[in-house]
Design a protein around this ligand. Structure first.
Ligand SMILES: *[C@@H]1O[C@H](CO)[C@@H](O)[C@H](O)[C@H]1NC(C)=O
Ligand SMILES: *[C@@H]1O[C@H](CO)[C@@H](O)[C@H](O)[C@H]1NC(C)=O
Ligand SMILES: *[C@@H]1O[C@H](CO)[C@@H](O)[C@H](O)[C@H]1NC(C)=O
Ligand SMILES: [Zn+2]
Length: 582
């Protein structure tokens, strides 16, 4: 024991002296070699850097023990071990999801997956099977959770609580199931029995009563959530760790977590100290009570290692298109009585935006409908006038980088304003391909053509691309496929069931789609130069693929499997491949 520590002492003091001597006395090339000694280098068949700083492609990446890239270069004879032939793989910058929900994703990984269910029997069968495997859930203290139902699978009729009582294995359980867009919940009779009668009014929400009770949408979900037994700290910790592991396996190194309660950010702060925190999280703070000012609970976080960042806030203007909840300037084409609803009125949205912006928070407003997008832009404009009374609004935006989450349906006049101001749209390409089957019915042809789910048109304002996991699968290659083809990554087909992409004028090039999942999120999170590219001074985050993306058939993008994922110079995921032996 004593001998060992003496040796360690001698070794480390020798190293310190050697570094000091090298840095002060020896010629530059020698100190560079010494630094190299403490650093690590990985070489690949090619490295796509996406960097404006160094070459677009290279072969090797050197990074230091702090997980920062120190060199990006072509192979030198000094790295014989990596000479061609023994090298494998194509490196790309680590992928970022510009809009997802970490805790909910972890929770989903431990719930009934109802995505793609074809009928009520199908749904009941999946729940029954889940209960067989997880007999402990469904009690008053641990409700059975599920996500992914869509009334389209029930002939367009909303589901009811009583239907969950039809199956003997499910009957009597506490159940809460999220709609595919997470803007409605469907609950069992046991949960319904907890609610007051009559139910209080919920502006901005809808309690569904036809064909029967059981579904609550938008603000009305709060009626149910009030009784939902909150997951314990232990459960949440498990959600986060499982989610990170899963995201790493998809090549994801960072996410924008689109709405995290202050108490959960406290938990993140604790967990980020663990070595298995392996995804960079740029979290948008969301007050315990949605659309409020909560400065007493709010706080910012920055860390040198870049593993957790909090400096933005999430506000909500409206609900989702699927449930006619998004706020429109003129009524829905298939619901001529309704233009959806705002979750807050224009003056409240402006007050909230100005209050948070003045406190130094980046503003991220959820806006789907064209009225919601218009009011979000109004609110941001008003905040610019307070933040930068003497500067053009465009310059103020460049400094504060306000963004609109989803930015789904935007009136042409407002698209123009967005460009003038430079407001960042945060877009989910798979929302476009999931919604394409009904969007035109809701919106009519003209609005769809001029306003809806734009991607290429919005390129000038640096879009951020994301998936909105768990609402959509977290696989970014599916998002890239959706952006590049405007066809469903699940079927490979367009809205009409054929090869034609949906409003294909709005497709992105492969490069722009990749940038939307790397450089775009880096910019929208104030992380340019650190994330989104492989470059000197940036985080040593990258992924390794078996084949270069631009040589794949478009269809292959749907099923790309990542070989390795690196975060801060640590390999956080490696796919074991028997045939290759590593
Ligand atoms: C680009 O690559 C060439 C060849 O490897 C190298 O000489 C040059 O220094 C590189 N440029 C930058 C900016 O890294
Ligand atoms: C429109 O509203 C009227 C009155 O509220 C209602 O009777 C009618 O069913 C509604 N129509 C549609 C298409 O929702
Ligand atoms: C907007 O909503 C707030 C809060 O609900 C309310 O106090 C205010 O009067 C409303 N303003 C307008 C113009 O409707
Ligand atoms: Zn979201």
């Amino acid at each position: 024991m004593a001998i060992l520590s003496t040796q360690t002492l001698i070794a480390s003091s020798t190293a310190v002296i050697a570094i000091a001597v090298a840095l002060s006395v020896l010629p530059g090339w020698f100190s560079a070699k010494l630094l190299w000694f403490y650093s690590e280098t990985r070489c690949y068949v090619s490295v796509t850097t996406l960097s404006a700083l160094n070459n677009a492609t290279a072969e090797c990446i050197t990074f230091n023990p702090a997980g920062i890239v120190t060199a990006v270069f072509d192979d030198l004879i000094s790295y014989p071990i990596y000479k061609a032939g023994t090298r494998y793989g194509y490196a790309y910058p680590g992928l970022w999801d510009g809009h997802g929900h970490l805790l909910q994703y972890g929770e989903m990984l431990q719930s009934v997956n109802l995505f793609g269910s074809q009928s009520m029997d199908d749904v009941l069968g999946k729940i029954s099977l889940y209960l067989d495997q997880n007999p402990q859930v469904g009690t008053s203290t641990e409700w059975l959770r599920g996500i992914g139902w869509d009334q389209a699978a029930f002939g367009g009729k909303m589901p009811t609580s009583s239907e969950l009582e039809d199956d003997d294995s499910i009957k009597g359980k506490y159940i809460m199931l999220d709609r595919v867009d997470v803007h409605c919940v469907w609950v069992s009779q046991a949960v319904l029995n907890l609610l007051p009668d009559p139910l209080p009014e919920t502006p901005g929400g809808e309690v569904i009563t036809t064909p029967g009770p059981g579904v609550f949408c938008d603000n009305a979900m709060d009626l149910v959530l009030k009784y939902f037994p909150k997951p314990s700290k232990v459960q949440k910790t498990k959600y986060i760790k499982n989610a990170m592991k899963d995201l790493n396996s998809l090549g994801i190194v960072g996410i924008h977590d689109a709405g995290v309660a202050p108490a959960d950010i406290k938990l993140y702060e604790e967990l980020v100290e663990d070595k298995d925190w392996s995804v960079r999280v740029y979290a948008m703070l969301e007050c315990e009570k949605r659309n409020t000012v909560c400065f007493d609970d709010a706080f910012k976080v920055t860390r040198d290692d870049g593993l957790l960042d909090v400096r933005s806030v999430k506000l909500f203007a409206d609900g989702a298109l699927g449930s006619w909840g998004s706020a429109m300037i003129t009524p829905y084409t298939d619901h001529t009585n309704s233009s959806g609803s705002l979750l807050v009125n224009a003056s409240t949205l402006t007050d909230l935006t100005t209050a948070w912006a003045t406190a130094g928070y980046q503003i991220n407003i959820h806006a789907i409908g064209d009225l919601a997008n218009r009011l979000a832009i109004d609110a941001m404009s008003a905040a610019f006038d307070v933040l930068c009374p003497d500067a053009p609004r465009h310059d103020c935006q460049a400094l504060h980088r306000f963004r609109i989450e989803h930015a789904q349906i935007i009136h042409p006049d407002d698209q123009k304003r967005m460009f003038e101001l430079g407001i960042i749209p945060s877009i989910q390409p798979t929302h476009a391909t999931s919604d394409m089957v009904y969007a035109e019915t809701r919106l009519g042809p003209q609005r769809t053509e001029e306003e809806a789910y734009r991607m290429r048109s919005l390129l000038p304002v640096n879009p951020v691309l994301g998936s909105d996991f768990p609402v959509e699968p977290a696989n970014i290659f599916q998002g890239i496929f959706a952006a590049v083809t405007r066809r469903s990554p699940h079927t490979g087909l367009g809205a009409d069931g054929g090869e034609k992409g949906w409003y294909a004028d709005e497709t992105l090039t492969l490069e722009d789609a990749l940038k939307g999942f790397t450089l775009g999120p880096a910019n929208a999170a104030f992380l340019e130069g650190k994330a989104g590219a492989i470059e000197v001074g940036g985080f040593a985050d990258w992924i390794v693929l078996d084949e270069p993306l631009d040589e794949m058939d478009i269809d292959e993008l749907r099923s790309v499997k990542v070989r390795e994922t690196w975060v801060g110079g640590k390999r956080v995921y490696r796919r074991y491949d028997k045939s290759v032996g590593y």
